[in-house]
Write a protein that binds this ligand. Structure first.
Ligand SMILES: [Zn+2]
Length: 331
């Protein structure tokens, strides 16, 4: 409990939460890692927590926010996005009128996705932080850099949480800047169920170069799950890493894409087939230039030369939850 309290406090401190602040806890409270343990950690750092919980429903939550005026909101990114739509109906006010300055998200990807990130920050007029961890002496939080730089690793004194192995051979992967692999974690200060080089099947990318925000230490990005792994001519390709490259071409791309498989993975007969959305308004020549730029960038950064089909903006269904990047079309 002591380790958890100290770790969460470090994370919340980095997000700018201070003793005396009022904070709305809108993660699920019931039997959830980010529920009561967060309430306890915030109280231990002298924060006034409103332990409303996501279970209370958005009407009760929004009214409590209006009455108590918290400085920070803690919830999943999809809940933060949902409140943007329902606040005007329930309170007759936009979320931007609620006075929230800090939003800490966890529990699912989203706070690291550029479009959702921009939407939440602009709608609330708040800074958004992406958090991950909480158990086993591990916690990671994103920083104030203008573009998402992954999450800074906190708690080197409690755990080793950025150790990587090859997902197939389990051989260690050197921790150079940009290294990608299956993450294994080891707790140094966790007495209940201590993990030692334990994997839950997550694929991480590690960054060891100094972050533009000035904070020291490694950063991690979560790229997906081992089950997502594809192998093209012996080269390991993670769908989320492909998505990162496509997103880096925004606004020319919308960031949306699908990987088309004709047979079950992980082995893919080359070329890897991609369908990528281009932003509407782009001329035919510009779309072709974008297509070639994408192939070049994917070859340079991921060592695959895919076949890319460009499709217009809006082709792919948008979901609030984790999008399936892979389309399966048996031939
Ligand atoms: Zn940083």
């Amino acid at each position: 409990m002591e380790v958890t309290n100290r770790l969460w406090a470090r994370g919340f401190w980095r997000a700018g939460i201070r003793p005396g602040d009022t904070v709305m806890q809108a993660f699920g409270l019931s039997m959830f890692l980010a529920g009561v343990p967060i309430v306890r950690a915030l109280e231990s750092m002298g924060v006034r927590v409103i332990p409303c919980g996501a279970e209370a429903g958005s009407e009760r939550l929004l009214k409590l926010i209006w009455w108590t005026r918290p400085r920070a909101l803690l919830c999943t990114p999809s809940y933060a996005e949902y409140l943007i739509d329902v606040a005007p109906k329930i309170l007759g006010k936009d979320v931007g009128d609620l006075g929230i300055e800090i939003i800490c998200c966890a529990g699912e990807p989203g706070a690291g996705l550029p479009e959702l990130r921009r939407k939440i920050e602009e709608s609330y007029g708040a800074r958004l932080y992406d958090m991950l961890g909480g158990a086993h002496g591990i916690l990671n939080i994103s920083c104030d850099a203008p573009e998402y730089q992954g999450m800074h690793v906190l708690g080197d004194d409690f755990s080793i949480s950025y150790d990587l192995v090859d997902p197939e051979t389990k051989a260690p992967i050197p921790l150079v800047d940009g290294a990608i692999g299956e993450r294994v974690k080891t707790s140094l200060e966790w007495e209940a169920q201590p993990p030692v080089r334990y994997s839950v099947g997550d694929i991480y990318q590690i960054f060891t170069e100094p972050c533009m925000c000035g904070q020291p230490g490694p950063r991690i990005k979560v790229l997906g799950r081992i089950d997502d792994l594809l192998i093209v001519k012996g080269v390991k390709v993670y769908p989320a890493a492909v998505k990162n490259v496509i997103e880096s071409f925004a606004p020319r791309t919308t960031g949306e894409l699908r990987i088309v498989l004709n047979e079950p993975g992980p082995r893919v007969s080359p070329p890897l087939k991609l369908r990528v959305e281009y932003r509407s308004g782009l001329e035919k020549d510009a779309v072709e230039m974008l297509r070639q730029d994408l192939i070049e960038a994917l070859h340079r950064r991921l060592r695959v030369r895919p076949k890319v089909d460009m499709v217009p903006e809006g082709t792919f269904e948008r979901t609030r939850h984790k999008t399936k990047l892979i389309e399966y079309h048996p031939e």
